[in-house]
Ligand binder design. Structure first.
Ligand SMILES: Cc1ncc(COP(=O)(O)O)c(C=O)c1O
Length: 356
């Protein structure tokens, strides 16, 4: 009888993160502002030849390398960060090797580690949900092959200081240390512009991932960026599929990068929206974590599920994360457009008040 490899058979049945899309979707940290009109215009102008021919990823890699001020050899374009994670984990993590990360974080890390038959080593964050740097350092072992850190983190929205991340990279020279900067653009004043990309030159085991899914509003096109030392990216390139990024996404990338005004405006609106959420949570006496992202993580109380259902009845989808380690009673709410936020704030107020 045909059976998959044991780690695959042992995975929980696949559950799409998309439960239902009826309503305002503030459950997946997408951009509610859509994307740049310049990107849409480029999409509409795609020629038959562009669609019928295999895509040239290398052209896009030169563009993004130039934008990030690193060499094209240090860049691999991927089908979203999700594919970058899959490539990276598969390249460094074998059965029995250790994958190390801190909970709570992005759900794909344990899922991929488990699928590869790796030992998934989870370190629990404290009550403040900040990155537990000392505990992570203490758990690095000779078998640690991948350390994954979302910075800023999902679902907490918190960012860790660059110096702490570098200490981890330095302490694990034989492990691939991935800093997942999916929400880089949304960082507030304290962390504004803080990235580990310039540190790639000094840390040959460091990788930094970026995406066009969030601040650029292109989640549907699937475009991610993995950066690292040229030698390591070269290994991943050997194993990656040659046409992993589609022609439409590649064609749009130049316009997306060129329209930084769109990104700036969108980020400014998100920052304003998350500030309004913070004010409301303060007013309602709810514990929340100061966000450096396009969502806010909040403890709504004993019944996160009731809160989520109550929001859904009001036409707004938010994410119940109360089952995640250390996240009792917590939900994650993405920031909507300024116009949507009036209704969102009102719905949160009603849902929270109906809880008590
Ligand atoms: C931390 C983090 N990394 C990666 C991703 C996935 O990004 P992409 O759409 O580029 O695959 C997400 C999406 O929510 C995320 O929160």
């Amino acid at each position: 009888m045909l059976t998959p490899r044991a780690p695959i058979a042992g995975l929980d049945p696949y559950r799409s993160p998309i439960v239902s899309r009826g309503g305002l979707g503030l459950d997946l940290n997408e951009s509610m502002a859509g994307c740049s009109p310049r990107v849409l215009a480029r999409l509409r102008s795609l020629s038959a030849a562009e669609v019928s021919m295999y895509p040239q990823r290398e052209v896009g890699e030169r563009l993004i390398a130039n934008f990030l001020r690193i060499a094209p050899e240090q860049v691999l374009l991927t089908n979203g960060i999700d594919e970058a994670l899959s490539l990276l984990f598969t390249s460094y993590l074998g059965a029995g090797d250790e994958l190390l990360f801190a909970d709570p974080t992005f759900v794909m890390y344990p899922m991929l580690g488990q699928a590869l038959g790796a030992q998934v080593v989870r370190v629990q964050s404290g009550e403040d949900l900040a990155l537990p740097v000392a505990d992570l350092l203490a758990r690095i072992s000779p078998r640690t092959r991948v350390i994954a850190i979302a910075n800023p983190n999902n679902p907490t929205g918190l960012a860790a200081p660059r110096a702490d991340l570098l200490r981890i990279a330095e302490a694990a020279p034989d492990a691939a240390v991935l800093i997942d900067e999916a929400y880089f653009e949304f960082q507030g004043e304290e962390f504004c512009g803080e990235t580990l990309i310039p540190d790639l030159a000094l840390y040959p085991n460091l990788f930094v991932a970026r995406t066009f899914s969030k601040a650029y509003g292109l989640a549907g096109l699937r475009l991610g960026v993995l950066t690292g030392a040229a030698e390591q990216i070269g290994y991943l390139r050997r194993f990656g599929l040659p046409f992993n990024v589609n022609a439409a996404a590649l064609a749009c990338m130049e316009e997306a990068l060129a329209d930084q005004a769109f990104v700036r405006d969108h980020v400014a609106q998100v920052k304003e929206g998350r500030e309004r959420l913070a004010q409301l949570f303060n007013e309602l006496g709810l514990r929340f974590w100061p966000s450096q992202t396009n969502f806010v993580f909040v403890r709504v109380g004993a019944s996160a599920q009731t809160f989520v259902e109550s929001m859904k009845r009001r036409g707004i989808l938010v994410r119940d994360l109360s089952a995640s380690p250390g996240c009792d009673g917590c939900v994650r709410i993405s920031v909507g457009t300024p116009r949507q936020m009036d209704g969102v704030l009102q719905a949160i107020r009603e849902a929270a008040e109906s809880q008590v």
